[in-house]
Each structure stands twice: as C-alpha cells, then as structure tokens.
Design a protein around this ligand. Sequence first.
Ligand SMILES: C[S@@+](CC[C@H](N)C(=O)[O-])C[C@H]1O[C@@H](n2cnc3c(N)ncnc32)[C@H](O)[C@@H]1O
Length: 229
Amino acid sequence: MRGPRRQERAITGNRQTSWAFADAYGAEHVEHVEHSAALRWARDRAREAGLRPVSDGTGAALRLLAAAVDAKAVAEIGTGTGVSGIHLLHGMRPDGVLTTVDTEPECQQIARQAFRAAGFAANRARFIPGRALDVLPRLADGGYDLVFCDGDRMECLEYLGESLRLLRPGGLVCFEGVFADGRTVDTSAQPAEVLRLRELLRTVRDSTALLPSLLPVGDGLLCAVKRGR
Ligand SMILES: C[S@@+](CC[C@H](N)C(=O)[O-])C[C@H]1O[C@@H](n2cnc3c(N)ncnc32)[C@H](O)[C@@H]1O
C-alpha cells in the first residue's frame, strides 16, 4: 500500500506506540503506580481470562480521581479480575466501600482474592454478581461519589443515565475505553459499539448536567462531574 492512507496508518501506529509508552512511563516515573504482587497477579489472571484490565496510566488517573472527590462510595461496572478496583480502593478514603458489579462470579472471586492480597479488608468491597442494568436500579439515588463504567460498551448510554441518578452533586462518572483503539475517530465503517461510544461522547458533551473532560490515558478515559453542588 502506498500514498496517504499508508502514511496515515504508519502515523497512527507510531502514535499508538508512543501513547502506550507515555502511559506506562507516566505511571512508573510520575504517578508511582506500585506494581504490587497483587496487581501483577490480577493482571495475569485477566490475561488468562481474555479480559482487558485498565492500563497503569488509567489506574493512576482513577486513583487520583477517587482521592480528589474524597470518595467514600464508588460503584464499578465491570469488576474483571480487580485491577481497576485495586486502583480505586487506593484512592478512596480508608473507610470507603467499592460496590462492584459483574456478570461473571468467577471473575469476582479472583478480584476478591486480589483485593485481599493488596491489603484491603473484606468490608472495603461489596461484590454484586449480575447484569449491570439489572443491578444498578437497586443502588441508592445520590449515594455515590464516583461511578466507573467498564462493562458492556453497547450499554454505555444506559450506564450514563444510571450514573446520573446514582451520583451525588459534584460526583464523577468515568468511562473506560472510549477511544476503542482509535476506531472512535476512524471515518471508515464501524461496528455498533463504536457508534454507541460516539453517541456517548456527544451526549456527555451536550449535557448541561455534566462538566466533562476526555483524559488521554490508556484507551481513553471519559470523565464528567455531575454539576449542582
Ligand atoms: C474490560 S473487563 C473489566 C476490567 C476491570 N475493570 C479491570 O480493570 O480489571 C469488562 C468486564 O465487564 C463484565 N461485563 C460485561 N458485560 C457486563 C454487563 N452487562 N454487566 C456487568 N458486567 C459486565 C465482563 O464480565 C468483564 O469482567
């Protein structure tokens, strides 16, 4: 392949390489993400299960954001093997509780072990097995400081609606993976989940209830504060 399209691919490839490097460099040299045995173990289990955990850079951002809102209650969609959960728990208040939802109880069992190995008491996490859209309506209105969404991309708009209900004013909603490996900004035909992510980005941008920012860490972390303190 020759010409601009090839050049475009090459540039995108280089960008992705340097982006991944910056993400890992930032986590190691700036944000001091501890590569604890528990975190490594949870990452290894994710790889075995074919899951994609948050990157080190995204983990550091989640830790920072949880600390910035002084999070006592965090809701997470997509426990996985617990990588993001460990980061969130590190940023939360020492008495904070992470409520984490996943369709796969086996994953939650692994995450439970990872949290314990990372030194968190059992009462710091509440594991709820099930589909997010069945579980979230049962959680308390305005009861959460931060909602982290890393479940089914096809449901991202519904997660946004539920998050707005769950968050206290001044609380934060975060969506992992909104770049979709660059497909969100790729003009060629894209699958439904990418179209959903684009709709999510537009909806968050246009919402008067939210103050958004798209953080270029990992595969893109869309964050927004719920207005109205
Ligand atoms: C990308 S992984 C989460 C990774 C995790 N946040 C981490 O960093 O370790 C996505 C998870 O979402 C779960 N999931 C997928 N669809 C879901 C749904 N509708 N409701 C709840 N969890 C779902 C999957 O079982 C999987 O464990």
